[in-house]
Design a protein around this ligand. Structure first.
Ligand SMILES: NC(=O)c1ccc[n+]([C@@H]2O[C@H](COP(=O)([O-])OP(=O)(O)OC[C@H]3O[C@@H](n4cnc5c(N)ncnc54)[C@H](OP(=O)(O)O)[C@@H]3O)[C@@H](O)[C@H]2O)c1
Length: 308
């Protein structure tokens, strides 16, 4: 497996045309900004311009784009939304990415497709590597797993990058930023303590996705922060400690521990142990990632700076 060597990093810094799906989303916004700052030309079709339910339109767009790299950050990522309309979830999360992959096969473009730790069943504790068994337990996970399989079948050279608990875009706050907002407003805090994964900064996902796009790696890769799995409760506590360390809170308020089955909004089942091991990304491909603790601290610092 080739590391992303210095030569490839310089390719990454050379300007290219990038076609980005999902540019208005939590990850897509950050990736778009980073790519433009690096001097790339970014084509970013809006949802209304290219609804992903229309696979033929998606395919035509890729074929006509002249893009050297296509990145798919678009998805229906809400579990309840996918359960409410599994057919639409299948079209957007599986059929459309497959159409992108097939079109890239015709044009010769590189394709990086984002997926999720929710393709794993998450029954057993421990970090999961890329060989871990996939057995999704929700319509969302099912549609994303189908997307992974269809993308790699259509374009074996594609990259399927599984991410988890995306945070770090102040314009689209995640659980981490929302916890700090509630604490600053003096509101009571509660977080699930019996489900774990790894929070991952959208900026790190964007940086790694662009590097993977410039390399020649093919297949599934786990694109998450480093370190041991954390529960949402641990993430919330670390976020509040970071806010206090950055001077935004005078004390760290308590966070009530909740059970997953106590959250009324969660009507769909969530896997409990889906934290992924990123060794392939960091050691074999040479793309560094911060620890989850460093991620939370950086995300809180950026969020507080954006509020000022
Ligand atoms: N967020 C997480 O914690 C998380 C965790 C694990 C994996 N992931 C994966 O990471 C990727 C990025 O997630 P994200 O949280 O950044 O996404 P997001 O904020 O939910 O954004 C989704 C994007 O997809 C677009 N989109 C949705 N339905 C569409 C449709 N029918 N046609 C065209 N565009 C459509 C949205 O456009 P509009 O906003 O205009 O509708 C938006 O740009 C996804 O593959 C997701 O499955 C996310």
């Amino acid at each position: 497996m080739a590391r992303i060597d210095k030569c490839r990093w310089s390719m990454y810094s050379a300007c290219m045309r990038l076609l980005l799906f999902g540019a208005s989303g939590r990850t897509g916004q950050v990736l778009r900004r980073m790519a433009e700052q690096a001097g790339h030309e970014v084509l970013a079709p809006a949802h209304a311009e290219c609804p992903l339910e229309q696979a033929a339109q998606v395919s035509d767009l890729v074929l006509a784009s002249g893009a050297a790299l296509v990145v798919n950050c678009a998805a229906i990522s809400g579990l309840e939304a996918c359960a409410a309309d599994p057919l639409q979830a299948h079209l957007v999360n599986a059929v459309a990415p497959a159409a992108m992959a097939l079109a890239c096969r015709h044009t010769g473009a590189r394709f990086v497709h984002l997926s999720t730790d929710y393709v794993l069943c998450g029954r057993k504790p421990g970090l999961k590597d890329e060989s871990a068994r996939c057995r999704p337990i929700s319509w969302y996970g099912e549609s994303k797993r189908e997307g992974e399989l269809q993308v790699l079948e259509a374009l074996p050279g594609a990259v399927v990058a599984r991410v988890s608990w995306v945070c770090g875009n102040p314009e689209k706050p995640s659980f981490i930023e929302s916890t700090v907002t509630r604490a600053l407003a003096g509101q009571p805090l509660a977080a699930v303590a019996d489900k774990v994964s790894l929070p991952t900064d959208a900026a790190d996902i964007a940086r790694a996705a662009l590097a993977l796009g410039a390399g020649d790696y093919a297949g599934v890769v786990h694109l998450t922060s480093s370190g041991e799995a954390l529960s949402w409760w641990q993430c919330a506590t670390l976020a509040l400690q970071a806010a206090a360390a950055h001077g935004a809170l005078t004390t760290v308020p308590p966070v009530e521990q909740q059970r997953l089955d106590e959250v009324p909004f969660f009507r769909e089942p969530r896997p409990r142990h889906t934290a992924m091991c990123n060794t392939r990304l960091t050691t074999q491909l040479g793309i560094p990632m911060p620890t989850a603790q460093e991620t939370i601290s950086a995300v809180v610092r950026r969020f507080l700076a954006a509020k000022c």
